[in-house]
Design a protein around this ligand. Sequence first.
Ligand SMILES: [Zn+2]
Length: 477
Amino acid sequence: MLLAAIAIVAVVVILIRTGAGAAPDASAEAVTHSVDEAQAARRLAESIRMRTISPGVVGFDPEHMLAFRDWLARSYPLLHSRATRTLVGEYSLLFELPGEDLSLKPALLAAHFDVVPVVPGTEGDWEQPPYSGAQVDGFVWGRGAIDDKGSLVAIMEAVESQLAAGYTPPRTLYFAFGHDEEIGGADGAMQMAAKLAADGVELAWVLDEGGVIGIDVLAGVSTPIATVGIAEKGSVSLEIVASAAGGHSSMPPRDSAIAVLAGAISTVNNAPVPAAVDGVTANFLDAIAPILPFSQRLAVRNRWLLEGVLIDQLSKAPAANAMLRTTTAPTMINAGVKENVLPSTARAVVNFRVHPRDTPDSIERYVSNRIASDRVSVAKLDEGREASVVSPVDGEAYALIEQTINRVFPEVVVAPYLVVGGTDARHYDSLTDNVYRFIPVPMDDSDRARFHGTNERIAVSDLVRAVIFYQDLLLNL
Ligand SMILES: [Zn+2]
């Protein structure tokens, strides 16, 4: 009887907590500002024609970096006359546009203009040549259209048109455009942040790339989700070396180095780093709960009871799994030089993307403890990279970004999110608690395959909405 009563109470609690789902009001009027559509598209096309491949990468040509700098100055003369421009790390561009109230902390908009190269041999797979900036079928085509010249051009179109209309930002604005984001940002964003720190600048917030407006991200959910990155994962690679007696393969010992290594990798692979629904992941699930189907909403809103089930379910999808835990990816292996000789050592490298609750050191300890063999050594390949600081979702800066998204894209739900790759944004961690990662561009699965891949492009209508987003952001600083 008592058990039955408890069960009924539990069901009532579960149902109350599950509540109703309220999708965003897609019929709400989107805020709009006037945008010169043809000019924005033309400028993006021009920017794509300069092959600004990151330094040190095959295809890098300093002439294209310099051409980009000159082109930017020609295209956006008002910003160049009103702001101070500092060259950092040879090619990166840091603009300071003074605001009305110098007592307010400045804000910083970041983007990068280096691009990844087109994989040799795939040029012919592009429907439009990769550096053509061709405008066909309502799209601007080419490497960088999304990542990240689209965002850079949208920011510049927004600020230049506002300046033309007599705008002065209420607070000082920095525009930090990096030239080496795709190779880690050590000479660009890292040095721009160092310069600002040396000048004693404290920022109100930073907005860089990272999340997007995801279309069809979750099965059964049609509402687009604007994912605002509030943190990014770190990375560490562990070198795992197995040792055993060498010798001839005709009378092998029971365990060769290769067999021992295979066992160790299998152990690591079968013992994923523990997951939890907490921090950023909990924030994300809470934000999207209203648009989830009933059964999923029930699990999300009753984590006190169903966290284990939720983790099991989410772990099956690689993208969700990557938000829940530090991921494990064996990426290199080598041993042996001849088919009849036993190698005395066998080596593998396993790459871990470090969740904010873990550190490179804690991952090294975890893996060493799992393998626990005196024939296997585990060591970090290098220092690795800690996950970034996690920025708050209850402050003014996040609210500004969220409200701007809601005004310009009333049909979407905004959710904080953990960026699983690296961006320039982390380099600004020491200048403010509020570092956010989002570009206002809708992307579905096919778009996600295009960037860093073949046929990268952006719809002109999406570029226009991105300009409107940045205009609205500027007006609501
Ligand atoms: Zn990028």
